[in-house]
Design a protein around this ligand. Structure first.
Ligand SMILES: *Cc1c(COP(=O)(O)O)cnc(C)c1O
Length: 495
């Protein structure tokens, strides 16, 4: 039998199971005085966990590496192992009475980022990715991508500084925000970041004052109606105004070098890339008419993990059709979520539970309403801001329940809702999902695909800290990830 204590023995769970629940709930009923030692003893002989000694909490020192002294250690092993280790560490912290012992945490699998890069290279060998930093500016992720040779799409002074500080050459940055503060434009110029987008005449005046030597990219409107997050309402010049903008740029003696578009983030119909590339072709021709010689095509972001190969096919075909002669044209893209969405998982602790409809009679009266409400220690003001800002839906699974990481297939589930820890009722992580009714305070829920637009926009509203990240190189590709990161660090590319 596998037993892992996940609730502090010394601060026993603060709820009283009702009589009807006692039968399904024996762990706290038996009132065992669990300590860290009993935890470890039980773990090491556990058939379910199959963890070796080196995978136990605190036993990682001989296999982990500190390639970057300023960053947390880079662990080996499958992310699932680290989710479990984190849960066990939390249990130890709880036994030590550490405040915030059960804090939620991410596990980042850098091997997954690397595998996405291989996928990119296989499907879009002609297109150089410029990672959209805003999607997840994680220090390991940007170092790994820099080490793999990608460029970076930055949208602010802060992002530019972050990328330059790790040793990336400014020519590998595109400042892809069409509406920039004039001081940011000036600073970009000072730092050698020359490539930047624009989509309006005011921006041209600003750039002519603050960075007249910039290499400009006109951002055109693309059909974003097939994306979860549309951008057209805020950015993109309609083709009809492009000739006027280019004439204005000429008049101001500015250099326009190419065209960019963005089909919207989270694009679920990749056929829109065809239309966007066609529009870019028209804009290229407008450039020629205005006396420019465009050499840069930027196809933006929007790549969804599940639809990537399809998107790549549409793009490749469209580029072949509309840019049959690509000599002298560099093609780049600005993928964000494609690289990171699957690379991060989150473990969150159930800190409270309410069962307003636990009685069978109440459930019959409200058959559609979740009968159990679980409250976890990260929410929409934290990592789950993606639900509000990025329109994501998340799917919790049981990471640790009772004393085990294993949930029997026969475990009865019930209609449940999952809530964040703040005092705001908007803080709902999951309005309706099926979870075991026997989950208790101290158990853990897991959430996969938490890498895109999550950590980066988390706030500390209501005094809840942003969840920490545990890093691993994962499975396939792990040694290559370590090799390129070690080389990157050795080349003295910052810390
Ligand atoms: C957000 C953004 C991206 C990244 O979009 P994804 O959908 O995450 O790939 C790329 N370029 C620009 C200009 C953006 O604003």
């Amino acid at each position: 039998m596998s037993r892992v204590e996940i609730v502090s023995a010394s601060s026993p769970v603060d709820f009283r199971p009702s009589n009807s629940e006692n039968s399904t709930f024996s762990r706290h009923g038996d009132d065992l005085p669990w300590t860290t030692n009993t935890l470890l003893n039980n773990l090491s002989c556990s058939p379910t966990l199959r963890l070796t000694a080196s995978q136990l909490p605190g036993a990682n020192t001989n296999v982990d590496e500190n390639i970057f002294p300023s960053l947390p250690p880079l662990l080996h092993g499958h992310p699932k192992v680290h989710l479990r280790n984190g849960v066990m560490n939390a249990s130890r912290s709880a036994a030590n009475h550490d405040p915030d012992a059960e804090k939620a945490f991410f596990v980042a699998d850098l091997g997954q980022v690397y595998r996405q890069h291989l996928r990119w290279q296989a499907c879009l060998p002609e297109i150089q990715p410029f990672y959209a930093v805003k999607c997840n500016p994680d220090p390991y992720v940007v170092r790994l991508l820099a080490a793999l040779g990608t460029g970076f799409d930055c949208a602010s002074n802060g992002e530019i500084n972050q990328i330059l500080e790790i040793g990336v050459d400014p020519t590998r940055i595109i400042y892809a925000n069409p509406c920039k503060a004039v001081s940011f434009v000036r600073n970009a110029g000072k730092l050698g970041v020359d490539t930047m987008t624009f989509d309006n005449a005011d921006e041209l005046y600003k750039i002519s004052r603050a960075h007249p030597g910039a290499q400009l990219v006109v951002r055109i409107l693309a059909d974003d109606s097939k994306s979860i997050c549309a951008f057209n309402i805020k950015f993109g010049a309609p083709l009809a105004v492009v000739p006027g903008l280019l004439a204005k740029a000429k008049e101001l003696n500015l250099d326009v070098v190419g065209v960019s578009f963005h089909v919207g983030s989270g694009c679920y119909d990749p056929s829109v890339y065809t239309d966007a590339v066609m529009r870019a072709r028209t804009a290229f021709d407008m450039g020629t008419e205005a006396g420019y010689h465009f050499s840069l095509l930027d196809v933006g972001g929007g790549f969804e993990d599940a639809l990537f190969e399809q998107a790549a096919t549409y793009l490749t075909d469209a580029i072949a059709t509309y840019f049959p002669d690509r000599r002298g044209i560099k093609i780049i893209a600005e993928p964000g979520r494609f690289y990171v969405s699957k690379a991060f998982s989150l473990a969150a602790n159930i800190i409270a539970r309410r069962a307003p409809l636990a009685e069978a009679s109440a459930r019959e009266e409200h058959p559609d309403q979740p009968s159990i409400m679980y409250y976890i220690n990260d929410g929409v003001y934290g990592a789950f801001n993606c639900i509000l800002f990025d329109h994501q839906t998340v799917h919790p699974y049981v990471l640790a329940m009772g004393s085990s990481f294993h949930v029997a297939a026969s475990e009865p589930v019930t209609n449940s809702s999952v809530w964040g820890p703040t005092c705001d009722s908007i803080d709902c992580v999951c309005p309706a999902t099926q979870l075991p009714g026997a989950l208790r305070v101290g158990d853990w829920l897991g959430f996969d695909n938490m890498g895109a637009y999550t950590v980066c926009a988390a706030s500390q509203f209501n005094g809840f800290e942003v969840s920490n990240v545990v890093y691993t190189t994962g499975g396939f590709g792990a040694s290559e990830v370590r090799r390129v990161l070690a080389k990157f660090a050795a080349d003295a590319h910052g810390l």
